[in-house]
Design a protein around this ligand. Structure first.
Ligand SMILES: Cc1cc2nc3c(=O)[nH]c(=O)nc-3n(C[C@H](O)[C@H](O)[C@H](O)COP(=O)(O)OP(=O)(O)OC[C@H]3O[C@@H](n4cnc5c(N)ncnc54)[C@H](O)[C@@H]3O)c2cc1C
Length: 391
């Protein structure tokens, strides 16, 4: 039984901005036994299309989902878990936490110092530029969300300042194919969690600077800079009403370029050993280095009126406030080994690099689910099942 507080595909219905399209191409939207079958495999779904896609999967797979049921607490019992919801309580032997990785915005504590005259919003409550007051906008964070929102807000005619910290630069297409085709084909996205050297770092990596548009455009800092977005460094502090930015922009740019080039090297190497799969790919490409501004501003006075609103595109985190089981570490992260949570019969899915690099993406669910269901079935057949039979 699946419990869902809203409708099926709730996060896509309620927690995304109006213009958002998937950054993964249609051919990559696949769920167990179900895939995109439309006429535009290289296109990118709008939110309405994603909702339809997921809702149809729920019907086709006949998934037993109880909608409009919010889990308000989960407690461990001798026999499994006691699950309290807004519409009654349940008992279960095994529980899978599939409540998402992006329930809450991850906003730095320095937000407290922002003057109250500035309107703040996060990607979870941003819908379109019309909801922002007239005037300059500071977008904090330059990963997938930040670059997309900076671009959209700039197009609405506002002055945009984009604060850039660590980021992952990617071209939309490489050697004539979608960059995510290369990630998939070369096996990078399939890399398992127990084969990754620094798993904590891999799990904390920002999302790549990618946007899904019908034109398959690349949206990087060069594009945004050329379009008039002012690029500043990482927001380091807000003091006496002033936003202070780090001066390390050049280093951030160089690092992102270096990592992108290394990834492209990996693709090229893979292509050399897979001539058949890459027969119609174009020649290797290298892209213009990120152009750091000659001198970026190190501070902006937030009381001067120049900035009227701030969009915190600083990431997301899961919400476990309802989980009364001691499986959360001091940093608020779930303690688990490849989705097998540190409590008997408790599992998680859909978290960053849970079992593979692709774990938080739609197409990543299938392989992880298969592995975890195998484990869960064994658990039920063993100790968990014995508990059941003594009940
Ligand atoms: C802005 C944004 C863009 C993204 N773009 C892409 C993309 O282009 N391609 C891609 O593959 N992935 C993308 N993702 C990742 C995407 O979130 C995942 O691919 C997918 O949604 C994960 O599905 P999920 O079911 O694990 O989590 P979610 O979609 O978050 O679903 C979790 C569900 O749990 C429900 N829930 C939460 N708490 C409770 C509770 N206490 N009680 C009952 N129900 C609860 C929620 O209502 C929600 O419906 C994006 C994510 C974000 C935030």
């Amino acid at each position: 039984m699946g419990l869902e507080r809203g409708e099926v595909a709730n996060s896509w219905r309620r927690e995304r901005w109006d213009s958002l399209r998937l950054l993964t191409p249609n051919w990559q939207s696949r769920l167990p036994g179900y895939c995109y079958e439309g006429a535009d495999p290289d296109g990118f779904m709008t939110m309405a299309e994603v909702v339809e896609f997921v809702a149809r999967f729920a019907v086709v797979s006949d998934a037993p989902v109880r909608t409009h049921t919010t889990v308000t607490s989960v407690k461990r019992t001798d026999e499994g878990y006691h699950v309290a919801t807004n519409s009654g309580d349940l008992h279960c032997r095994c529980l899978v936490l599939a409540s998402g990785a992006c329930n809450l915005p991850s906003v730095p504590a320095l937000r407290q110092g922002v003057p109250s005259s500035i309107q703040s919003c996060t990607p979870l409550d941003y819908r379109n530029p019309s909801q922002l007051p007239a005037g300059g906008v500071l977008v904090v964070g330059a990963s997938a969300t930040g670059v997309q929102l900076a671009d959209e807000i700039r197009r609405s005619g506002r002055r945009v300042t984009l604060s850039v910290g660590e980021h992952v630069r990617l071209p939309r297409t490489y050697r004539g194919r979608d960059v995510l085709w290369w990630m998939d084909a070369s096996g990078i996205w399939n890399q398992r969690y127990d084969e990754i050297d620094d798993l904590t770092r891999a799990r904390g990596l920002p999302s790549p600077q990618l946007v899904g548009t019908p034109q398959r455009t690349t949206l990087d800092l060069n594009t945004l800079g050329a379009a008039g977005v002012e690029i500043v460094g990482r927001l380091a502090a807000v003091r006496d009403g002033r936003a202070l930015f780090s001066g390390g922009l050049r280093n951030q740019f160089a690092l992102a370029d270096l990592k992108m080039d290394r990834l492209l090297d990996t693709f090229d190497e893979w292509a050399r050993s897979h001539p058949r799969e890459t027969a119609d790919a174009g020649p290797p490409e290298r892209f213009e280095p990120s152009r750091a501004p000659a001198s970026s501003r190190l501070e902006v006075d937030l009381r001067s009126g120049e900035i009227q609103s701030i969009v915190w595109a600083t990431g997301f985190r899961p919400d476990y406030s309802w989980l009364d089981v001691p499986v959360i570490d001091h940093k608020g992260r779930l303690r688990h080994e490849g989705g097998i949570v540190d409590a008997p019969g408790l599992y998680a899915i859909g978290l960053p690099v849970l079992r593979r690099r692709k774990s938080t993406f739609i197409h990543g669910a299938e392989d992880d689910a298969r592995d975890l269901v195998d484990h869960l079935a064994q658990y039920l057949a063993g100790a968990g099942g014995r508990l059941q039979s003594t009940r």
